[in-house]
Structures are given as C-alpha cells and as structure tokens.
Write a protein that binds this ligand. Structure first.
Ligand code: 3PG
Length: 401
C-alpha cells in the first residue's frame, strides 16, 4: 500500500479540505458530548496543518437519531484541545460556508457543520460520481488539496471521502497513517487461534462483516453479545418474540444461515442481565420474557468467554457487550476487557465506546492496539478494501513523486 502524507504535498498557505471523523457519543438526555477521544485524535492532524488554511469537516450521528446534532460543541472542544480559536459555520456548502472559506487566513481553522445535514453525504458513490455531486462541485475549486484522516469512516464511499480526493491531490492524515502502521505490524506478526468478540448496537454492519472475518481466517470463534447476540438467539428460537431492530427478518435469516454454515464458530450468551425494580438481575436465556430489556451478559457468559479469550492467540473485540455507562451493567464489558488485558495473545480493541470503557477501567495500556474506529476496522481486518484507502492509493499514483 502506498499513500502520501502531509509532508509529501506542499501545503504552506494553501486551502486544505481536511476530512476527520469526530462522530462522538452523545448523552441522549442532555445532548452533550460524552467522550472527546476522537476529537483529541483528530486534533493532531489539524495541529500539524498549522501552516495552511484548514477547512475541517466531519459527520455526526445518523438521520433520525438523538445523536444527529450540529458540530458547535465539537468546535469548542477542538478549540480547547488546540488552544486556539476554531471558527464554526452553521453551513456545509452554501454561501455562508463558501464566504468563510474564502476569508480564511494561513494558520486559521474553520469547522463546517455536520456533513450528514446534506442529503448527498448520506449516500455512497463511485469516486467519479461522488466528484459530480453538488456538494463537491460547489466547494472543490476553493481547495488546493485534501487530507483524509477519517479512519473510522474509511468504509463509507461518501462524497467527502471519495469525491474531493478524486479531484484534488490527497494525502493521509496522522490518524490514518498511525492506524495503518499499527495494523500492518500486528497483522504480520499475529498467530491463531483467532477470536472475534462482537457486541454493541450496529447489527447490520456487523452481520455483513462476520462472513468476511471467518473467510479471511480472522475468526476461528465469534463470541456474541449485545444486540447482535439477540439476533442469533432469535434465529435459534431461544428468544421467541421480536427484538425490535430494523430489518429484523433479514438479519435473523442471515444469522440462521451463518449458524448452519459455520456450526462450530459461534458462542452465544448462556445468561444475561436485565433490570427488574431498578436492580440488575441475572437470568438464563430461557427465563427471558417480552418485557425484559437485556442490558448486559451474565456471569456464566463472562466466565466462559473470558476463558476462551485468555487461551487464544489473537483477539479482536468490537462493540461493548453491555450498557457499561449504565450503573450496575458494566460487569460484562469490564470482565471481557480485563480478560483481554490479561491475555498473552495479541489484542485489538475497536470503537469509540470500548475505547471509553478501557479508559474508565484504567486498562487501556494493556491492550496491543486500541482504535476509535469500529465498523471500518472490522472490515479492514476482514480483508475488505476500504474506499478511503483506495482514494489515497489513487492519489499517490497520480500525484506522488
Ligand atoms: C463510526 O462511528 O463507526 C463512524 O463514525 C461511522 O459512522 P456510521 O456507521 O454512522 O457511518
């Protein structure tokens, strides 16, 4: 893989479009940012571009969800981390945004508003088509170059990832280079058995990746928790009612087919924790009823999964096994992360929530590679080609010396 870095492009005094990913966990009650680790990571690249006019852009949340909010708070956080004023514009490609970009001076930074406020940024395109979107066409002439540093969004062929980079000399930011170096080091030295521990709430993305992980020899065993475990429990008819996820029928069919084709691979929870009268109560799967919300895995599951984790060669964990931010329901997440921390295998922990959990439990430094990327890293390990990396490779071929 060959890609250009900031030093390969002459960016002094130039106007640079810098695509970062500061999509941040949001408190559903207050609407406030909950963890600013991704903003801290992105700040390194923005800092290192201090000799240019920098237009920073990111998405936040998904349409229709509580985390689909403007980036004003992000601008404040970035400003505090960098110790300098970050301008913010409530616009993405309209006249207000274009005016602010044109007025930028060297060393100044402007953050555009949530990219997903514009329709095109919610769709995937071939690079040539992405370059023809209204979003890219309205802005690209104002830029001299593009820096791609949104590693957590590397799997999305959105205009901000593949469109500008189709038209402008483009290089990887610090985070992209750091991630690729670390992953390359790990994947050339690792050994089996390979274990993937999956949790969290992004079921569709994970389902797509499981088969690729298994065929790319990244998953001799898959330990399931979180919403994705519920889908498999439903496929096995151990949960007999709807689990309330969108596209449920298709997801369950997919789980069923994976179970038939790979009967030895999947481990499903033996017990779970639910809330009854405000308390954590652990019950067997057969005791679950329709009113129960599963908030965590139970002690028997934690014990069984921990044993597998400790006796494996390479362990990759993505998505928290339980709602660790909810008092009384952190046990599963803490238990499995501690098993990872004490394992002699090579350990990779992925995603913003697990990164925050590692920090909360004070064991981050015991993990070999911690990445704030979730879905993108899963697909990278599954051997899938990622649009962001493809864009950087094309630019290296076109503009590299
Ligand atoms: C993530 O958090 O995984 C990235 O920011 C991508 O977000 P998305 O899954 O909503 O595209």
């Amino acid at each position: 893989m060959r890609l250009l870095t900031i030093e390969d492009l002459d960016l002094e005094g130039k106007t640079v479009f810098c695509r970062i990913d500061i999509n941040t966990p949001i408190d559903p009650k207050t609407g406030k940012l909950m963890d600013i680790e991704r903003i801290r990571e992105a700040a390194i690249t923005v800092h290192d571009l201090c000799f240019a006019k920098v237009v920073v852009a990111s998405h936040q949340g998904r349409i229709g969800r509580y985390d689909y909010i403007p980036l004003e708070q992000h601008a404040k956080a970035l400003s505090e981390i960098l110790g300098k004023d970050i301008r913010f514009v409530e616009d993405v490609f309209g006249p207000k945004a274009r005016e602010e970009i044109a007025e930028l001076g060297s060393g100044e930074v402007l953050l555009l508003d949530n990219l997903r406020f514009i329709a095109e940024e919610n769709l995937e395109y071939e690079p040539e088509q992405a370059a023809k979107t209204v979003f890219v066409q309205r802005l690209y002439k104002l830029f001299d170059a593009c820096v791609l540093d949104a590693f957590p969004t590397a799997h999305r062929a959105h205009p901000s990832i593949v469109g500008f980079s189709y038209l402008l000399p483009s290089c990887g930011g610090r985070l992209v280079v750091k991630e690729l170096k670390a992953l390359n080091r790990i994947t050339t030295a690792e050994k089996g058995p390979y274990i993937t521990v999956l949790g969290g709430s992004k079921v569709t993305d994970r389902m797509e990746a499981i088969e690729a992980l298994i065929s790319n020899k990244r998953a001799d065993k898959v330990l399931l928790s979180g919403l994705i475990a519920n889908a498999f429990l439903r496929a096995l008819n151990k949960i007999k009612y709807s689990i309330g996820i969108s596209g449920e029928d298709e997801i369950i069919e997919c789980a069923r087919s994976l179970l038939v084709r790979y009967p030895q691979v999947f481990e499903i929870p033996r017990d779970v924790a639910v809330e009854r009268k405000g308390e954590r109560v652990e019950i067997g799967i057969d005791e679950l009823n329709k009113e129960d919300v599963i908030w965590d895995i139970g002690a028997k599951t934690i014990d069984a999964y921990s044993r597998i984790i400790r006796s494996s060669g390479t362990i990759f964990m993505s998505g928290p096994p339980g709602a660790f931010e909810k008092e009384g329901f952190e046990t599963g997440t803490e238990g499995l992360l501690r098993a990872m921390a004490s394992s002699f295998g090579t350990t990779i922990v992925s995603g913003g929530h697990l990164t925050a959990a590692l920090k909360k439990f004070g064991i981050k430094e015991w993990i070999d590679h911690v990445s704030t990327s979730g879905g993108a890293l899963v697909l990278y390990l599954a051997g899938k080609s990622l649009p962001l990396i493809g864009a950087l490779e094309r630019s290296a071929m076109r503009f590299g010396k």
